[in-house]
Write a protein that binds this ligand. Structure first.
Ligand code: NAD
Length: 351
């Protein structure tokens, strides 16, 4: 066994079906009694349900969360926090809503109870990305790590199938980059393999039967496992490219991860043979990059940057941005090879 250092992150995790009904008890356990519930506009009914379950412990809802945590939205939400004298933030939704909860925690130190309804994994990380004047900056600080995560499998059954598939691919990406991270450790590697396996098993079942409880449970467990990997160790080329494409060209988050992942894996394959064999095994395929491409393609997910809104003329700029600031990756970052990677991803070529 190689020597390692592992900083485990503190958080209370409640996992199951109909766990949402424990929300009031969880607020009480934190010693709080004024919860403000956050959601996107699309999930306002789910937020109202949480608020009703809290009863006299709810100070209301803020339904304005949007992707990439714009500072303007955070400022609007902070006004409500002050006006209502909220003493706890409760987020129900995906990474966008949880991002807003984290931004409020960063500004106020209020505790967070988060109820994830996608597989993005933000709930398990001390990472926050915020957007101001069109520029997204990311930081790591324990101030934004949610205190309590309530995973309720029932809530994920309404997640539309196309978002389910791309969100699951987004989660798998965290686990793969954790497996070859330079600061990985045996616990995180074990979790990563379990997470990939659970999600790969769940995707085909949910694609045909979105309400299947066992598959939805597997996928949500996978999301937690993969999110924990993202929160624990450093990421490399895949996340860097997705950050560049999302931030500079406004490409959608989970779809971008889905398209880039097989190509990022192919890029790193020669430098991570043993890890890729483990990924392939967890996916139940013989080649990791091809297996990931097929997993997306066979379940209706996008496979090209072209189809998710990128212009061919942006490839050169994307290469430039991605190569501008040096970062660690198992295979050195070479501009020509990155250009090939992005061209293949742009046209949706099977690796
Ligand atoms: P999202 O939160 O934007 O959700 C996508 C859409 O699905 C939204 O319209 C939402 O309302 C809807 N939705 C969510 N759950 C639903 C459900 N169960 N039923 C019906 N509709 C549902 O998307 P996401 O991919 O979860 O999050 C993306 C954002 O999260 C990005 O801004 C990304 O940068 C951030 N993120 C951050 C981290 C981190 O560690 N900081 C990790 C992953 C993602």
């Amino acid at each position: 066994m190689k020597p390692f250092v592992y900083n485990a992150l503190p958080s209370r995790v409640i996992f199951g079906s109909n766990t949402l009904y424990q929300i009031k008890d969880e607020l009480r356990l934190l010693g709080k009694n004024r919860g403000l519930v956050l959601s996107t506009a699309g999930q306002h009914k789910a937020a109202s349900q949480v608020s009703n379950l809290l009863g006299e412990f709810s100070v209301g809802c803020f339904n304005g969360a949007v992707m990439h945590t714009p500072i303007t939205v955070t400022n609007d939400a902070l006004k409500i926090v002050m006006e209502t004298k909220a003493d706890c933030i409760i987020a129900i939704g995906g990474g966008s809503t949880i991002g807003l909860a984290k931004a409020i925690a960063l500004n106020t130190n209020l505790p967070q109870i988060v109820i994830p309804t996608t597989y993005a994994g933000s709930e398990a990380t001390p990472i926050i990305g915020q957007t101001e004047n069109g520029v997204k900056t990311t930081q790591r600080t324990l101030k934004v790590l949610p205190e309590v995560i309530i995973y309720d499998v029932e809530l994920t059954k309404t997640l539309p199938v196309p978002i389910t598939i791309t969100s699951a691919m987004n989660a798998i990406a965290h686990a793969i980059e954790a497996l070859y991270s330079k600061d990985t450790n045996p616990f995180i590697s074990m979790l990563a393999e379990q997470g990939i396996e659970a999600l790969a098993r769940a995707i085909p079942i949910i694609y045909h039967s979105p309400l299947d409880s066992t598959a939805r449970s597997d996928a949500l467990f996978g999301a937690w496992a993969c999110g924990t990997c993202l929160g624990a160790v450093g990421m490399s080329i895949h996340h860097k490219l997705c950050h560049t494409l999302g931030g500079s060209f406004s490409l959608p988050h989970a779809e971008t991860h889905t398209v880039i992942l097989p190509h990022a894996v192919a890029y790193n394959e020669s430098a991570t043979t043993e890890v890729m064999a483990r990924v392939a095994k967890a996916l139940g395929v013989s080649n990791a990059a091809q297996g990931l491409y097929d997993l997306a393609a066979q379940h209706g997910a996008p496979t090209s940057l072209k189809e998710i809104g990128m212009n061919a003329s942006d490839i050169n700029l994307a290469v430039e941005i991605a190569c501008a600031s040096p970062y660690w990756n198992p295979r050195p970052i070479e501009a020509n090879a990155i250009h090939n990677l992005l061209s293949n991803a742009f046209y949706g070529k099977r690796p």
